[in-house]
Design a protein around this ligand. Structure first.
Ligand SMILES: C[S@@+](CC[C@H](N)C(=O)[O-])C[C@H]1O[C@@H](n2cnc3c(N)ncnc32)[C@H](O)[C@@H]1O
Length: 450
């Protein structure tokens, strides 16, 4: 059916009314009254109309059918469903007329959000379409890529597989995060799984849509890496990604053109990642944008990882950004602390920036996942290790929002931000305060000496 605008419907209604003109004044009034009733009260008007003259019965019936057809079916696609259905009832018929005349809705009726996307409802200014049915990119369906992903699913433990989950988040939040390789690195299973969750969130009017934390976190790290790299005066910087997983910053961030990137992860993760990118269609997205990219297979729980990093070209005297995104809480506490100490120690040699996300205790203890390390106060912990400048953000803060959060105080993240960080249980609803801290810490030899 061709969608007709409100103006067209208004014209049709006018022409329809014109059709009553041959009648007497009283006849006209009665016809108009019936027409009005038939429009506003379709069911009761059946009875009223039946008591009229046969000619008018037909006319009124026709009028009702015509008006309802015009009013109900050819609504433009952006008309909320609730509006269409409730326009059958007298309390909202005024809205119908206002719509016909292209005037704003009066206060009698507030359009329901059921036709709005969750992000419009929850996340304010950044508009994105409702999650459509997932259409897998063709390149994901090729034999080589399917084979690599079936290996991931059958042979990798949940720790390694977490890399694909993260990539799925970036792939499905593509209206916010530009990561063209993310879908191929995530694979069909993880994409479908997250897509299903997002759809359910939307259907259930959830206040937060799954994956939003990943999107915000990725954008936060991107922006802080850019700021750190551009703050180094000595030209070529180093960016070390510990637990790099399916991170594609070396491919997607052009501000890294003068930086040397080191990706550290388990051997099998790095091998499959390289194979997936190789198997992907060769285009500009699979070209490294960074000055160099070195992949280092290492387990950062072992003592030798720093030595291995040095052997692979890492220079202890060069300004370095250490990126620990989605990794610290997977480590046993003693190992996480050891890694943080090793990085803090670098502040005595060169300009050092650490970017890391920390879970608080309720986040790790209440999850089914294998989270281990937590810190409730990373902004106290890191200075104690040797960092001179520490800034902590929470999801939803001005620098960790990116237009993906709205101001609704009932939004989970806003609720948490409004509570003192010392609280682990929400005083109103008794739910645990599960927080994710985004932390930037830095130090340099000058600051360490002074
Ligand atoms: C949740 S993923 C995060 C990946 C990436 N940083 C991102 O944000 O997309 C965690 C990654 O840490 C890696 N990882 C976990 N423990 C590790 C360890 N002891 N040594 C090296 N990598 C590890 C896993 O293999 C996985 O790729």
């Amino acid at each position: 059916m061709v969608p007709l605008g409100g103006g067209t419907r208004g014209l049709l209604l006018y022409l329809f009314k014109k059709g009553t003109r041959g009648e007497t004044k009283r006849g006209k009034q009665q016809t108009w009254k019936r027409w009005w009733l038939s429009w506003t009260l379709p069911l009761p008007s059946l009875f009223i109309i039946k008591t009229g003259q046969r000619r008018r019965i037909r006319f009124s019936f026709l009028s009702r059918t015509l008006v309802l057809c015009v009013a109900l079916f050819p609504y433009p696609q952006d008309t909320p469903k609730t509006f269409t259905f409730t326009s059958l009832f007298p309390t909202t018929c005024i809205n119908s007329f206002m719509h016909c005349l292209q005037l704003p809705f009066p206060l009698l009726f507030e359009p329901s959000p059921d036709n709005a996307t969750m992000s419009e409802h929850e996340n304010g200014p950044l508009e994105h379409p409702p999650w459509p049915d997932m259409k897998l990119p063709e390149r994901l369906l090729t034999g080589a890529i399917r084979e690599l992903h079936s290996k991931i699913e059958s042979q990798w433990d949940p720790l390694r597989q977490s890399a694909c989950q993260t990539a799925a988040g970036r792939a499905l939040w593509k209206h916010a995060v530009n990561d063209p390789l993310a879908d191929i690195l995530a694979g069909e299973t993880y994409l479908r799984r997250l897509h299903e969750k997002m759809k359910n969130d939307q259907i259930n009017n959830a206040r937060e849509v799954s994956g939003v934390i990943l999107a915000v976190r990725t954008l936060w790290f991107d922006s802080k890496i850019e700021a750190a790299v551009s703050s180094f005066e000595d030209g070529e910087a180093q960016v070390v990604l510990l637990g790099a997983g399916m991170d594609t910053r070396a491919y997607r961030l052009s501000f890294l053109k003068d930086s040397h990137i080191f990706e550290v992860d388990f051997d099998d993760v790095l091998q499959v990642k390289a194979a997936l990118i190789d198997a992907a269609e060769k285009d500009k997205h699979s070209q490294v944008k960074a000055k160099s990219l070195t992949r280092l297979a290492a387990d950062i729980r072992e003592e030798d990882w720093l030595e291995k990093l040095k052997q692979s070209g890492y220079n202890s005297e060069r300004s370095t950004v250490w990126v620990l995104e989605g990794i610290l809480y997977y480590l046993p506490p003693s190992h996480a602390m050891e890694v943080l100490k090793i990085i803090a120690d670098k502040c005595t040699y060169t300009k050092t920036v650490l970017l890391a996300d920390f879970m608080n205790k309720p986040s790790t203890t209440l999850s089914n996942s294998t989270f281990q390390f937590y810190s409730d106060w990373p902004d106290r912990l890191l200075p104690s290790l040797g960092f001179s400048d520490v800034k902590l953000s929470q999801i939803g803060d001005p620098d960790a929002n990116f237009g993906l959060m709205n101001d609704d105080p009932l939004n989970l993240f806003n609720k948490l931000r409004s509570l003192p960080r010392s609280l682990q249980i929400h005083p109103e609803d008794g739910t645990p305060c599960r927080r994710l801290y985004l932390v930037q810490a830095s130090g340099s030899p000058i600051q360490v000496l002074s």
